[in-house]
Every structure is written in structure tokens, then in C-alpha cells.
Design a binder for this molecule. Structure first.
Ligand code: ATP
Ligand code: MG
Length: 567
């Protein structure tokens, strides 16, 4: 392909709106253009990459035995009513109406549609298992679309759904998809890691997210360098601390704290770090209040709390807080608190000489010795994991890393098969719901993640498997007939090997061409110009190395293939 015949418009300067490297480089290299917030057009160069990622995804899904289908993006309200998600999805789901007044959702995901399909197509155990997938557009009205296609309103997802006869089958499907995902990301040149993920309160049994480690990632991952444990911090368990400190012998003391409510305000007032405070938070779960104690410098993980309480937990309103503690918001404490379930996080056990609310307006207590003043029978894991916490599966300490979620596998159980009627007759003729799994890959996000992991200050460094072209041929002085002839000769030689070549035939300066070459990041660059006219040698350079090779044209294809093998 000649550069002058395609549409590649590069930009020298960083676009203002782009905060992270992949977003900046996708705009500068002319891979995509913004239409409106969270909406992007893929230009020819970017679309080639997107298609290559799609092809890898498709090949690996097919290899794992999944079957490709294509479902509508518009989905009738009635289906979402059946699963109970028309309400539950909230504002992230875009909704629309036909002129006849039928309400529709623009699919943020396709569990409802695929389960309805399977409910109609499957009746006997002989037809299972089945695993269906599509590569299609999704719509999510994200509150904060950002980072380009990393978090957009409209994006390409591969979503797959497995239906099995029993748990053992569902486990097998899950494992197959997990392994397919490992291969997909490896083939895309990504170093991705599977981490345990939150399954939600009502959710399935098991879930893993595939994370690409990156400083700019929106997710935090807890990892244990000692044993390899890895989990999203939303999910990460924490091990119990080893020993309790020696606690204060000083007398419990009341301190007037007029209008001081937050740990921050109180920390200044008492000249004590937040880790000396025992925060007491009143939650409501299933209509019942519960008091959660956690150290002042830690945050409650509401998923853990919900699992512990068996229902989603939300922070209580002022009226409930007053009814439970006798005081307005900001003055709750564990000493003398009765008539409510008290749950204490592990972190509280480490407070030797504590400060807490006094369950009276404008009052706090200091020199709280929990063992003496409000004994806790059992400490629990209720906090969001933080660096230095004990690993839940060994005696190591957790570290916190950032990552980009590129894929997600999830054991769904029977929630959707029951509500949408995906049942089959088993061998004894009894009706059973299919056991489901769902598996997503953010295809467009994967392209951005590849760039996050493969770039330098000059531009993108594409791994060969997903590069828009494998070879970039720069003709310096393309109007010289010998140069044009050499370019033509190299094009023929390389296309003979099935290599995809972009020929920069512009009459731009050498500087512009070299800069653009580094920016768009094609794995191998060939240069024919003045030096070629003098020596007959072609300059060959890999984007991921500084080494320059000078070889005669007939040796170029072998060298290119060797360099591509290392890209
Ligand atoms: P996130 O936590 O990042 O919002 P999610 O957990 O809601 O994502 P899933 O429902 O698991 O997303 O969707 C499957 C995959 O789709 C994700 O792993 C991610 O790669 C991709 N994805 C989700 N939302 C977006 C988005 N707004 N823009 C681009 N890709 C997305
Ligand atoms: Mg997810």
C-alpha cells in the first residue's frame, strides 16, 4: 500500500485532551478520531489493528470449540424485565423507543438475548454443552468516558456464553475459556495476568479478570510476591494480623469535640494519626442495621461486608444512625453500643490506644483499650486491601499494582437460565436449568492496552502479530528513478513472502518520514535513498532496536522475517 493512496494523517503535537500514552498515540498516529465524548471513528490504520486483534480472538474462540453468532444490538425491554435488570442496570444502559412506542435497550451486554435464544433452541441434554460468542458493538453510557477507546460509550467486545449440563461441565467450559484468554493475550504481545475478581452479592461462584499491568490502569490489583496470589482489590482477601499489640493502661477519657466529625478533622484536633482512630460506620443490610468498626486509615470493602451480612449493605441515613447510637452522624463508637450487630475489621485489633466516637453529640473517647472497653469476640476481613496487608494464602505481604482490565471470565450459575427459561430435559426426562458462564474481551480496549505496554517517547512499537503493516518502506527521494525501481523491487520481494508492506512514497523530508515511522511503529523499517544509490545496500531497522543493518536487496526478506520473529 502506498502512503499517498491511504489516509494516514499524523500529528506532531500531543492532543490536549489525551491524558495517557495510548490515547495520545492513537490520535497522533492517526489510528482514530473523536466524534464526541466516548465515541470514536477508527481510521484505516487503526482498523487494521482492531481487525488483527479480532482475528486472534476469533481463531482462539473457534479453537476452543465456541460457535460464532451475531446478535442484535437493540434488545426489547421485556427480556430485561425477565432477568430483573431493566431497573438494576441503571443509567449505564442506553434506552430507546421505536415509533410504535416499544421500549428497547442498546445492549451493554448480551446475557438476556443469548439465554432467550438458547431457551428456544435447546430442549434436550443431548444438545449441550454449547458455547456461543460474538464480536459486536456494545453501548454503555459511562459516567466518565475517558482515555479514548479505553473507556468509551461505544466499543467492540467479544462476548461469549457457555451453557452446560452440570457444574463439572461448567467448570470445564470456564477452564477452556480461561486458557483461550491466556493464548489470546499472549498472541497479541500482551503480558496479561489473571486475577481473582469480585462476583458481586448475587453473582456466580468464580470470576477472573485478565489484567495488563500498567501505571495508567484504572484497576488496583493486590499481589503477593511470595506466593503469586493476585486479586482485584475489590475482591482481595486479607490474612489475619499476627499479634495484638500491648494495649493502653490509661483511663478511658471523654473529650468534648464540638462539630468535629471526620477522621481528618479529629486527627488534627487530637494530634493523632488516623491509624489511632476506630471508625464506627452504621450500615443497613436487608433493612437491618449493623455497626462496622475499622481503623481510621482504612476503608470498608462493601462486597466483603455484603457477603458477611448476606445482603447488599449501604451506609445508613442520619435517622437510623441516631436510633442506633443515640447521636448524629460522626459520633458513633463501640464503647457501650448495644442492640446492634457489631463487626470489627482485622485492622482494629492493631489499635493499642484508640480514639472513637462517644455515642453522644460532640463527644469522643480517648485511651480506648478495646479488650477492656468493648471486647471483640472475633475480628473479620472487611477492609479494602492495601499495600503491606497480610496475604490471605501465605505469610507474605500484599503489594498493590495498577492494571487495565482487558478480559473477564465469570461463572454465572443459573440466574439467567432460570429467569429466561434456558432449561433442558435430562436423561431421566427431568427439567434442569443450564449452568452458564460468560466471557468478555474488550477488543477495542485491548488495542489501547497493547500501546500502553509497547511504546517509547517517539511512538508506538507494535508487536508483529497485531501491527497494521509488518514492513514500512521509506523511499528518500522517491522521484529518483533508481530509488523508485528499488522500492518496486523490494515490494515484489516482500509481498512474495506474504508480508504486508506500507510504502512511504510521499515527497516529504527524511526527518518527517523517520519521525512518522517511529510514531506509527511498524515493526520493520526499510530505507532506500542516497546510501542505496552509492552502495546498493538497503538499510533495515527494527522499531524495537537501535541496530542498523545494511544488506543487499536479495537478503532483505530473510532479515525482515528474522526481525519480525523478534517483534
Ligand atoms: P470496567 O470495570 O472497566 O468498567 P466491566 O467490568 O464493567 O469493565 P465487563 O462487563 O466485564 O466490563 O466487560 C467485558 C470487557 O469489556 C471488560 O473486561 C473490558 O475489557 C471491556 N469494557 C468494558 N467497558 C468498557 C468501556 N466502557 N470501553 C471499552 N471497553 C470496555
Ligand atoms: Mg469486568
Amino acid at each position: 500500500m502506498k502512503w499517498t493512496n491511504t489516509l494516514i494523517s499524523t500529528q506532531r503535537d500531543d492532543p490536549q485532551e489525551a491524558e495517557i500514552p495510548s490515547h495520545r498515540l492513537m490520535l497522533r498516529a492517526g489510528l482514530m478520531r473523536k466524534l464526541a465524548s466516548g465515541l470514536y471513528t477508527w481510521l484505516p490504520l487503526g482498523l487494521k489493528v482492531l481487525r488483527k486483534v479480532e482475528t486472534i480472538v476469533r481463531e482462539e474462540m473457534d479453537r476452543a470449540g465456541a460457535l460464532e453468532i451475531l446478535m442484535p444490538i437493540l434488545q426489547p425491554r421485556e427480556l430485561w424485565e425477565k432477568s430483573g435488570r431493566w431497573e438494576a442496570m441503571g443509567p449505564i444502559m442506553l434506552r430507546s423507543q421505536t415509533h410504535g412506542g416499544r421500549e428497547l435497550a442498546l445492549g451493554p451486554t448480551h446475557e438476556e438475548v443469548v439465554t432467550d435464544l438458547v431457551a428456544r433452541e435447546i430442549s434436550s441434554y443431548r444438545q449441550l454443552p454449547v458455547n456461543l460468542y460474538q464480536i459486536n458493538t456494545k453501548f454503555r453510557d459511562e459516567i466518565r468516558p475517558r482515555f479514548g477507546v479505553m473507556r468509551s460509550r461505544e466499543f467492540i467486545m467479544k462476548d461469549g456464553y457457555s451453557f452446560d449440563l452440570d457444574e463439572a461441565g461448567a467448570d470445564r467450559s470456564y477452564r477452556l475459556m480461561y486458557q483461550a484468554y491466556e493464548r489470546i493475550f499472549r498472541r497479541c504481545g500482551l503480558e496479561a495476568m489473571a486475577v481473582e475478581a469480585d462476583t458481586g452479592v448475587m453473582g456466580g461462584k468464580e470470576s477472573h479478570e485478565f489484567m495488563v499491568p500498567a501505571e495508567t490502569g484504572e484497576d488496583a490489583i493486590a499481589v503477593c510476591p511470595a506466593c503469586g496470589y493476585a486479586a482485584n482489590v475489590e475482591q482481595a482477601a486479607i490474612g489475619a494480623g499476627s499479634s495484638a499489640p500491648e494495649r493502653t493502661a490509661e483511663k478511658l477519657e471523654e473529650v468534648a469535640t464540638p462539630g468535629l466529625r471526620t477522621v481528618e478533622e479529629l486527627s488534627g484536633f487530637f494530634s493523632a494519626p488516623p491509624s489511632r482512630f476506630i471508625k464506627t460506620l452504621i450500615y443497613l443490610a436487608g433493612g437491618k442495621p449493623a455497626a462496622v468498626l475499622i481503623r481510621g486509615d482504612r476503608e470498608v470493602n462493601e462486597s466483603k461486608l455484603a457477603r458477611r451480612l448476606g445482603a447488599a449493605a449501604v451506609l445508613a441515613d442520619g435517622e437510623t444512625i441516631r436510633a442506633v447510637t443515640g447521636a448524629p452522624l460522626g459520633f458513633a463508637g463501640p464503647v457501650g453500643l448495644t442492640g446492634v450487630e457489631v463487626l470489627a475489621d482485622y485492622s482494629v485489633a492493631a489499635v493499642a490506644d484508640g480514639i472513637t466516637g462517644g455515642n453522644r453529640e460532640d463527644l469522643h473517647l480517648r485511651h480506648v483499650n478495646i479488650d477492656r472497653d468493648c471486647p471483640i469476640p472475633e475480628y473479620l476481613d472487611l477492609a479494602i486491601a492495601a499495600a503491606g496487608d497480610r496475604c490471605p494464602s501465605c505469610s507474605g505481604n500484599l503489594a498493590i499494582r495498577r492494571g487495565i482490565e482487558v478480559g473477564h471470565v465469570f461463572k454465572l450459575g443459573t440466574k439467567y437460565s432460570r429467569s429466561l427459561g434456558a432449561v433442558f430435559n435430562d436423561e431421566r426426562g427431568e427439567e434442569q436449568p443450564a449452568i452458564m458462564g460468560c466471557y468478555g474481551i474488550g477488543v477495542s480496549r485491548t488495542v489501547a492496552a497493547i500501546i500502553e505496554q509497547h511504546h517509547d517517547e517517539k511512538g508506538i512499537i507494535w508487536p508483529a502479530a497485531v501491527a497494521p503493516y509488518q514492513v514500512l518502506l521509506l523511499a528518500l527521494a522517491p522521484d529518483r528513478p533508481e530509488v523508485a525501481a528499488a522500492a518496486e523491487d523490494l515490494t515484489v520481494r516482500l509481498s512474495g513472502r506474504g508480508l504486508d508492506l506500507l510504502y512511504d512514497d510521499r515527497s516529504a523530508s527524511a526527518g518527517v518520514k523517520f519521525n512518522d515511522a517511529d510514531l506509527i511503529g511498524i515493526p520493520v523499517r526499510l530505507t532506500v535513498g542516497k546510501k542505496f544509490l552509492q552502495t546498493g545496500l538497503v538499510e533495515v531497522k527494527a522499531r524495537n532496536s537501535d541496530e542498523l543493518h545494511a544488506v543487499p536487496p536479495e537478503e532483505v526478506p530473510d532479515l525482515v522475517e528474522r526481525l519480525l520473529g523478534q517483534a
